[in-house]
Design a protein around this ligand. Structure first.
Ligand SMILES: CC(C)(COP(=O)(O)OP(=O)(O)OC[C@H]1O[C@@H](n2cnc3c(N)ncnc32)[C@H](O)[C@@H]1OP(=O)(O)O)[C@@H](O)C(=O)NCCC(=O)NCCS
Length: 188
């Protein structure tokens, strides 16, 4: 008989990874590659999600990644992750990324992102995750914000499906006015 699923507090899976930005992480401009940061974010999201789920997890989606400020070689980057929301088999990990220059004692908030992770069982099928015990007002706020983002994403998906519908050129021709394109094809 399977054990009854339990609830876990957010703090039990909170995870911080701090990594030194070494020269091989940089791009031609001498700043840190966005892809390096994404990889670190995926790593911390996995650790946090797997600790809460007690299972292997996969990344289902990432809710916006805006690079707010460049990161320099030699800086320390800390990625702070916590479970913001749990669904049935999925959970949302919020990640705050901060870079730190130890020489001048300055810090910079460079990213905040939300990773949706899905727990998998031994048959590689989505499996239920424990519920979440919310112990602070911040945790309640994050949980509610995640619900709102989920709703927004559902509406966004429906709108995107409509964009993919066959284009009615007469209806949308005005969108091209002022854009930096030249029509070299008859669209009527
Ligand atoms: C994500 C994945 C597990 C979903 O599988 P699925 O068969 O569609 O499963 P379900 O429809 O039952 O959805 C499972 C959960 O994932 C959520 N989910 C599925 N696709 C999602 C998406 N694109 N964004 C956010 N959540 C998603 C569902 O809402 C559901 O959540 P809930 O159980 O909490 O309500 C599956 O598509 C997968 O394995 N993808 C590859 C993941 C991977 O390899 N990631 C690494 C990237 S290289």
């Amino acid at each position: 008989m399977p054990e009854p699923l339990h609830f876990k507090p957010v703090r039990l899976s909170e995870t911080t990874i701090t990594e030194l930005m070494i020269p091989s992480y940089s791009n031609f401009g001498g700043k840190i590659h966005g892809g390096i940061l994404l990889s670190l974010m995926d790593k911390v999201a996995y650790v946090c999600a797997a600790k809460h789920a007690g299972n292997y997890c996969v990344t289902a989606s990432i809710d916006t990644v805006d690079f707010l400020a460049p990161i320099e070689v030699g800086e320390l980057v800390s990625l702070m992750a916590s479970v913001n929301y749990v669904g049935n088999t999925s959970l949302v990990v919020g990640i705050r990324v901060v870079s730190e220059n130890v020489k001048n004692n300055s810090t910079n908030h460079t990213n905040t992102s939300y990773f949706t992770m899905v727990a998998k069982n031994e048959f590689n099928l989505p499996t239920q995750v424990p519920g979440l015990i919310l112990e602070s007002q911040n945790e309640v706020r994050r949980f509610v914000e995640a619900i709102r983002r989920k709703e927004l994403r559902q509406n966004y998906r429906q709108e995107v499906e409509q964009i993919k519908a066959p284009l009615n050129y007469e209806k949308y021709e005005h969108l091209l006015v002022g854009e930096r394109c030249k029509l070299a094809v008859d669209i009527r």
